[in-house]
Design a binder for this molecule. Structure first.
Ligand SMILES: O=C(O)CCC(=O)C(=O)O
Ligand SMILES: [Fe+2]
Length: 375
């Protein structure tokens, strides 16, 4: 059957390569950093290089072609001239002309009469006189977005200072009878927008049940266009027919004080290595938009996988059994632009989360609307 199904297909391989490349970009990894335990063959490295090249990530492509060249054997399908050609071309596109020229010359040592490469060499030598930029192609030093910096765990001095002033407390959800004898542990993760973490909000047993229900039902996350590149995870919506789902929903209502009349079903997600969710907003200002997000962590993650808020500089580490909660919308119904967030790629381990998106209808008396432009 495997033979019949032809697994993996090219799309699967390219998807895996694309995931590796994204990990490299965010965590600044060289090919040898990610191949310590499982070395890639020259052919495999060449295919990763090709994907990077197509995605116009020329420095990473170059590093993979170099890795491939070092591992070339008599059994490889990839050949030395092909690699030299791609090394030269990726170095050229990256702006490292002397390196591009060097590999072009290496090629011509093997095949001195190749017209195309001779013409290319002339072009490169000519460009060398016009262009001065010569970035170091061997050292990963790419400009990073705030999202990437946060994912790597580099913290801003100002953010950490502001975070130190935040506090934690036991909460009964404003005197909710269900919480009077078992208050929840509430920790402020950020002040504006308020991001609150609830510790031990779900038990290991409940987590196991939720995972067991979800596992056979998971499917690749989609956006309108099909399988999503922005969100590379698998997910499933769980209805409230499952007692454990209903119980957790009730708990969310208790701690947040919000109505569960207009909510989406629980969305359980699993991210494998490289799995991520690029920066996005959960809320939109449609009628009955998602007023708030309650995000439960159903696993720890060995490395990577934080939930980050690039506009405020906060990174939330997944802690199994805890949940984070924030309002996506201001009281006036507008999207709070500071709530942009992302799920960083999982570098090591496996990440499970469950989302409850809470909508506006039903919250009229619990979180009254405001006509103010500012709140
Ligand atoms: O996985 C995460 O950390 C974030 C998930 C998320 O933002 C979402 O599903 O909307
Ligand atoms: Fe989200």
């Amino acid at each position: 059957m495997l033979e019949y199904a032809q697994i993996p297909q090219e799309e699967d391989l390219n998807g895996a390569a694309s995931g590796l490349i994204r990990l490299q970009e965010i965590y600044k990894l060289y090919p040898h950093n990610i191949t310590k335990e499982t070395a890639l063959t020259a052919d495999e490295a060449y295919s990763v290089g090709l994907v990077a090249n197509t995605e116009k990530k020329f420095q990473l492509a170059f590093l993979w072609f170099l890795y491939s060249l070092e591992r070339l054997t008599e059994y490889s399908t990839t050949t030395r001239p092909v690699l030299l050609y791609y090394l030269s071309s990726s170095a050229y596109h990256f702006g490292s002309l002397p390196v591009a020229i060097y590999f072009c010359q290496q090629y011509l040592n093997l095949d001195p009469d190749n017209d195309v490469v001779n013409a290319l060499l002339n072009l490169l030598l000519h460009s060398l006189q016009e262009r001065t930029s010569n970035p170091d192609i061997f050292t990963l030093n790419t400009e990073s977005s705030k999202y990437e910096t946060l994912c790597r765990g580099e913290v801003d001095e100002r953010t950490s200072k502001r975070q130190r002033a935040l506090s934690c407390r036991y909460s009964t959800g404003g005197g909710n009878p269900r919480l009077m004898y078992a208050p929840v542990k509430e920790e402020a993760e950020w002040d504006n927008p308020q991001i609150i973490r609830y510790h031990d909000i779900i038990s290991d047993r409940e987590i196991e049940i939720l995972k067991n229900i979800s596992r056979p039902l998971l499917s690749r996350s989609k956006t309108q266009g099909g399988v999503s590149k922005i969100r590379t995870s698998q997910g499933v919506f769980l209805e409230e027919d499952y007692p454990v789902v209903a119980r957790v929903s009730q708990r969310i209502a208790d701690v947040t004080g919000l109505s569960m009349d207009s909510v989406q079903d629980f969305f359980v997600q699993n991210y494998g290595i490289g799995g991520r969710y690029e920066p996005h907003y959960d809320g939109c200002d449609d009628e009955n938009g998602r007023i708030a997000t309650f995000l439960i962590y159903m696993s720890d993650v060995e490395k990577g996988g934080a939930t980050v808020f690039p506009k405020v500089g906060v990174a939330l580490k997944p802690i199994k059994g805890s949940a984070v909660f924030w309002y996506n919308l201001h009281k006036n119904g507008q999207v709070d632009l500071y709530t942009e967030h992302a799920g960083c790629p999982v570098f090591r381990g496996n990440k499970w989360v469950a989302n409850k998106w809470i909508h506006e209808y039903g919250q009229e008396f619990r979180r009254p609307c405001s006509l103010s432009y500012w709140e």
